[in-house]
Design a protein around this ligand. Sequence first.
Ligand code: TYM
Length: 339
Amino acid sequence: MNLRKRIFSGVQPSGNLHIGNYLGAIANWVKLQDEFESIFCVVDMHAITVPQDPETLRKKTIEIAKIYLAAGIDPKKSSIFIQSQVSEHAELMWILNTIAKMPELEKMTQFKDKTQKGGSEGAAVGLFDYPVLMAADILLYGTEVVPVGEDQKQHVELARDLAKRFNQKFGETFIIPKAFIKEEGMLAGRSFGVGGRVMGLDNPEKKMSKSAESVYNRIELLDDEETIRRKIKKAVTDSGSEIIYSDDKPALKNLINIYAAFSEKSPKEIEKLYVGRGYGDFKTELAEVIIGFLKPFQEKFNALSEEEVLKILADGAAKVRPIAKAKLDEVKGKVGFIV
Ligand code: TYM
């Protein structure tokens, strides 16, 4: 019998994954998979809450799985699967929908952000309901720990609230999950880093995002060397010319954090390295540090065939389906369905 605590997390196959997704989430999964029973999902059902081109969605789903593998998720240690291949997620979501409250979902900042431009009139009901599907993902597996970036904290809180409410109403059923968000200064097992929030290169006030309009917001995991150099060159910096790690210089602080995360140097060491040298040298070398990490990652990514990835995903689904089915049957029985 497996007594290790379980972790669950996922990424949406929409847009291009960036170093924020890697540093905030995937890098931590790679570490945690040795300690926890780990389940990592490609959440395609979440992706269709905004319009997706079907062929692109298919390609992106496989791309995300390849990124997991290239980053070091080991299918011998962890289960990797596609959300839509385990229909229990949608079924549990429906039941959770009947205990989730409208105001709980109305206060979700991600929904507010995503509907800021067009207003909620044009938004799909699924976009509004998205956090309940995420709660179903988490609760279905008796998840104890959910390793995510800072922006997902509110969604994990909702999963906790729904689990407690269900347990209260129908008796002990769900484990109450906890979000695991790396604090600044302890990223991916390295001593210093960015924590759960990597900021945009074009605006240090906003997080780096797959859906930001400008590509100069982010370094994508599959960017080529020249693109990385160009993007780092264009990254906004603060006034002054010295390389100083400080809250007064949020743009530079973000760049130093990224440097630290990929170089295993502390911000203090990086400051020292650039005494008497300016932004030019710092940025040139930061780009090389990122390239030094991404090159071997991309080589692994490119060596993976679609065939082998589909096989790993099918095996993953087969492994997790019985866990999901057992929990869903328990839930159905509790609410009075005939199982
Ligand atoms: P998604 O696809 O938007 O992002 C994937 C992961 O990357 C983290 N992340 C960041 N971390 C640090 N800095 C950033 N700038 C940054 N941007 C993104 C996110 O926090 C996330 O961990 N709803 C989720 C997917 C999901 C999920 C789940 C996660 C669906 N079901 C169940 C955990 C458990 C999402 O949209 O992530």
